[in-house]
Write a new protein. Structure first.
Length: 423
């Protein structure tokens, strides 16, 4: 069986060596990883997700996903395996287990955070049931016994009809954090992690009329504004938006992420925090209306059609790179929050959870909420701690207690693709 690609196309052509369009999820458990149990758990999990057990093939000028009957690889090293390569059995997903860490690597064009959470939920159910000899409830868990509905397979963008015309408007330049601080981008991003008690941060957010995504976006905006009080360019945060609701495809597995643009300009900077939160929530509410989300889908649809109309890989790579460069200028930073992980009864065995991902924007904060803790993975394309220090100062000023983990390289899995292999 072959799957025709659509939403996967642009991420494929955006991928570069040591900068692939991929995600890595790092899960620290309460005890050391049992390799045999993890192997069994991965095998059981992948039976439930056959649309992720695929190999990328080129048919003429097009790529397709074909069934891949080889086992999904479980490595024993922290840096995982190269995807779509011999060492990963040519899969676009792989796992690792070492010490007390489980790591899942996946091509970001295959799915997004919401889709990845479903896989992790299943994996933890199988692994923790056997590892800790517990009978965990299957409620809310996708298991290998399920009949898989067609809605999980189908690409809602590919079959979308009557999409609205993409919005066309001129945006003022956003503040570029690299240029503003006179920094230099690096080939490998740096990640700082901030751990906060979920109850504490939820109380702070609710007391000020906010939600986790909007509150983190605002605190980041405020911290950047204090660094550059005389900046002429607007601070613009791209807050990730799940497009499934607007597409009426809640079960779709594809990568379906848009963005709401939150601008912190002169009209907001002198307002009290609660009024700033209200303004940001208003911006989000306006931009998650179905017609506006679908306009974003329409824009991506059109770009993908343009890319597919190019005759050669070189032309497609050039267009994808141009689109990526434009995206990098849209926002000062990006904030992504899938929502509370809700890994069910297995969640109590998770000590830490980190989400890393590719981004074209210089600063990204990936928010995770697992086992009573918020984790903010602060991912930046430069070495200087100037922005993370400013963000921590903002937390301090609001009395938010946290544990801080120093910087480490954001190592994402490479993807073996023809134009990358030829480099």
């Amino acid at each position: 069986m072959e799957q025709k690609l659509f939403t996967e196309i642009l991420p494929l052509y955006k991928s570069k060596k040591n900068n692939s369009y991929s995600m890595r999820f790092r899960i620290r458990l309460s005890s050391s990883v049992d390799a045999d149990v993890l192997r069994n758990a991965v095998d059981s999990t992948m039976k439930r997700y056959p649309y992720f057990c695929v190999r990328l093939l080129k048919k003429g000028d097009e790529f397709v996903f074909a069934d891949n009957q080889n086992p999904v690889v479980v490595a024993d090293v922290p840096n995982g395996t190269e995807l779509n390569a011999a060492e990963s059995n040519y899969h676009m997903i792989s796992f690792s287990g070492f010490d007390n860490w489980i790591v899942m690597d996946v091509f970001h064009g295959l799915t997004d955070g919401a889709g990845a959470y479903e896989v992790i939920r299943t994996l933890l159910f199988y692994y923790c049931s056997q590892r800790y000899n517990k009978t965990l409830s299957e409620e809310g868990i996708r298991t290998a016994k399920d009949d898989i509905p067609l809605e999980e397979w189908e690409c809602p963008v590919m079959k979308a009809v009557n999409l609205p015309t993409p919005r066309r408007y001129e945006m003022t330049p956003s503040l570029n954090p690299v240029i503003a601080a006179n920094l230099q981008t690096e080939k490998i991003a740096t990640v700082y992690s901030i751990l906060i008690a979920e109850s504490d941060f939820m109380k702070f957010s609710r007391d000020n009329g906010g939600s986790p995504g909007t509150m983190v976006s605002l605190l980041l905006s405020r911290s950047i504004a204090k660094l550059f009080p005389d900046a002429r360019d607007v601070i613009r945060i791209v807050l990730s938006v799940n497009q499934r609701k607007a597409l009426r495809a809640p079960l779709a597995h594809q990568s379906l992420v848009g963005g709401a643009l939150l601008e912190y300009g002169e009209d907001l900077c002198h307002l009290p925090l609660r009024e700033q939160v209200k303004a940001y929530r208003g911006m989000v509410s306006d931009q998650i209306q179905e017609d506006k989300v679908l306009a974003g889908v329409s824009s991506s649809y059109g770009l993908t059609k343009m890319l597919l109309a190019r005759n050669t890989s070189e032309e497609r790579i050039k267009l994808a790179s141009s689109a990526d460069e434009m995206a990098s200028r849209i926002g000062t930073a990006c904030v992504s929050y899938v929502g509370k992980a809700n890994f069910k009864e297995a969640e109590k065995y998770v000590q830490e959870f980190h989400a890393w991902s590719y981004s074209s924007i210089p600063i990204t904060i990936q928010i995770s909420a697992v086992n009573g803790k918020f984790t903010f993975d602060f991912i930046q394309k430069f070495n200087s701690p100037v922005y993370i220090n400013a963000f921590l100062k903002e937390l301090d000023e609001h009395g938010i207690s946290y544990d801080f983990q120093g910087g480490m390289p954001e190592e994402l899995p490479n993807i073996n693709l023809p134009w990358i292999s030829a480099c």
